[in-house]
Design a protein around this ligand. Structure first.
Ligand SMILES: [Zn+2]
Length: 192
């Protein structure tokens, strides 16, 4: 699939989640989730293109999406703007659907508000390489920290383990915590 010249790669794990939801849950919610994640990624892509960066593709995984944008040589202010652009788009969409829902209450509209708020909130967690972690890293780098990536990874580790415990050992923060342990010891494994 190709949207606005950007290839969209739907990974097997995303299809598996869709299939599972068709059996046990509500596939419409998962389809909306992936659609809004894709629009969120276009927020990043739009901001990146302002700096002349060309996006290779969007990948959709069961846990979310990623715009693959080679971002070597970005200055922190540019990284900050690109990182904030995705959550900004999600919040904008939530606002539009909330306004529409207040005019004409429909349950799917309120679901669309919730999904976009959830995407924005999840991505703004200060866990590198999520958007919030990138915001944190760029703010640290703007303050002159030479170890911005390392410090962001350490904070991500602490936040993900705290979330795992606070949310009664839920699956998602558990997976994030495992990823953070991996990235803290092997940052070279991280796909930026
Ligand atoms: Zn994002």
């Amino acid at each position: 699939m190709n949207i606005a010249g950007i290839p969209i790669e739907i990974k097997g794990s995303a299809l598996a989640l869709l299939l599972l939801s068709a059996i046990v849950g509500n596939p419409l919610h998962i389809i909306l989730l992936f659609a809004f994640i894709t629009i969120h990624e276009f927020g990043h892509i739009g901001a990146a293109s302002r700096y002349g960066l060309v996006t290779h593709r969007i990948e959709l995984h069961w846990y979310g999406g990623a715009a693959i944008i080679p971002s070597v040589g970005l200055i922190p202010k540019q990284e900050l703007q690109i990182a904030l652009a995705g959550p900004a788009v999600s919040l904008l969409l939530a606002g539009i659907f909330a306004a529409a829902n207040s005019l004409q209450p429909v349950s799917v509209l309120s679901d669309m508000v919730d999904i976009n708020l959830m995407i924005a909130a999840f991505n703004m967690l200060p866990i590198f390489p999520l958007d919030g972690g990138r915001v944190l890293r760029s703010l640290l780098a703007m303050r002159g920290s030479a170890r911005a990536t390392l410090i962001s990874l350490r904070i991500g580790l602490v936040v993900s383990i705290a979330a795992f415990i606070a949310l009664d050992f839920a699956l998602m923060p558990g997976i994030l915590a495992i990823l953070m342990i991996l990235f803290n010891y092997r940052p070279d494994l991280m796909k930026e």
